[in-house]
Design a protein around this ligand. Structure first.
Ligand SMILES: Cc1cc2nc3c(=O)[nH]c(=O)nc-3n(C[C@H](O)[C@H](O)[C@H](O)COP(=O)(O)O)c2cc1C
Length: 384
């Protein structure tokens, strides 16, 4: 886990990454001071890869009005501050690009992620019309998307490419495409949401076409040196949806178009909460998926989902379940997770910490050890 990983022209100093997490912390798509502080913490904390949240390639593709964006050159400057801080700490700045498709135009999770309505409109926040492969809503109470015509699909491919070009200009050295969780790319791939009978739907080959066109266009836009990852939902978890067998086939095709890392997540094609179709939330609950994709599609993989422990994460890498471990909520809980993992695995030198922290923490660790050996605890003074 603490060995570097070189992908194309970029070397990750270790194989721990921060999973992309929407923060709903801006308007107009601009990276805010919050994003700078939030993402910098993980770089200071030693993560090899810091992935910025799902960032919209066009306004209509925002999940919520508070998403970050890269649909305009004006967004580049704000992100440049973020990438500079991350890179200065020795981490690789990455970003996930996304289009929410038929799942766009909703509230934040702490307001149930419900579709925006007239109450939000009264405050100046949407709702806006959503798009998808077919006119099928993602679940009860969600808007029916407008089915994209072939010209709209072509325009969309170009927008992904432009956003990716801007991401590189902003200093990102690792680009991930959000092809999971029911968003636009996933909705084209899944037979549950794509009922088209043109070049972009009908059979598995045609359902893959839009995502593969996006990958090819993005690869051309970012050049040969930048790693490209693709997050997919390895299974839909619903009868008639994407299976792991389908995903292995798709992963091979992604790799052939220039994807370096397949990031295996799951679910999201339906927002119908009346049945729980999710993969059971055990520890490292996507590791079987990343392992199979890695073994059979012969591509680097990332795994994510309840990776919380240093030994667990190290084993995932050592045993070949994945090449990269991504941590989401665990990093929110402890942005220093990567440094602490080194200690848990036996490296107590503090050499990997920012020198301004490590030079203070190393001697303190010695003091704490000495006190423990003497049988002293923080409560000794009170208990006598
Ligand atoms: C607050 C929050 C925001 C998230 N936003 C995104 C996102 O922008 N893109 C994405 O692919 N996944 C997103 N996810 C999913 C995480 O990236 C991750 O896959 C998931 O939380 C499971 O990993 P964990 O158990 O380490 O948190 C989000 C999760 C959380 C908790």
């Amino acid at each position: 886990m603490f060995r570097p990983l070189t992908i194309r022209d970029v070397t990750l100093p270790n194989r721990v990454g921060v999973s992309p997490m929407c923060m709903y912390a801006t308007t107009g798509g601009f990276a805010s001071d919050f994003h700078l502080a939030h993402l910098a913490r993980f770089a200071l904390g030693g993560a090899g890869l810091v992935l910025a949240e799902a960032t919209a390639i066009e306004p209509q593709g925002r999940i919520s009005p508070w998403d970050t964006g890269l649909w305009s050159d004006e967004h580049i400057a704000g992100w440049r501050r973020v990438t500079a801080v991350i890179a200065e700490q020795g981490s690789v700045p990455g970003i996930q690009l996304g289009h929410a498709g038929r799942r766009a135009s909703v509230r934040e999770p702490w307001r149930a992620g419900a579709p925006l309505d007239h109450e939000d409109a009264a405050e100046g926040f949407g709702p806006w019309p959503v798009v998808g492969p077919s006119a099928i809503a993602t679940g009860p109470g969600f808007p029916v998307p407008e089915a994209m015509d072939p010209a709209a699909v072509t325009r969309s491919v170009e927008r992904w490419a432009q956003a990716a070009r801007r991401a590189v200009e902003a200093g990102f050295q690792y680009i991930e495409l959000h092809g999971a969780h029911g968003y636009l790319l996933h909705s084209f791939l899944s037979p549950l949401s794509n009922h088209r009978d043109d070049a972009y739907g009908g059979d598995a080959e045609r359902r893959m076409r839009y995502p593969l066109e996006v990958v090819a266009a993005v690869r051309a836009a970012i050049g040969a040196g930048i790693p490209l990852a693709y997050r997919l939902s390895a299974v839909d978890g619903i009868e008639g949806g994407i299976t792991l067998d389908d995903t292995v086939v798709f992963a091979r095709r992604l790799a052939a178009e220039g994807v370096d890392v397949v990031d295996t997540s799951s679910g999201g094609i339906s927002t119908d909460r009346s049945r729980d179709t999710r993969v059971r939330r055990g520890f490292a609950f996507h590791a079987d998926f990343s392992r199979r994709v890695r073994d059979e599609a012969r591509v680097l993989t990332a795994t994510v989902g309840l990776v919380v422990d240093a030994h667990q994460a190290a084993r995932l890498v050592e045993d070949g379940d994945a090449d990269l471990v991504l941590l989401g909520r665990e990093m929110l809980d402890d942005p220093n997770w990567t440094h602490r993992a080194r200690i848990a695995l036996g490296d107590e030198s503090y050499a990997s910490w920012p020198v301004r922290y490590g030079s203070a923490l190393g001697p303190r660790a010695g003091t704490l050890r000495r006190l423990a050996e003497a049988g002293e605890t923080p409560l000794s003074r009170f208990t006598g």
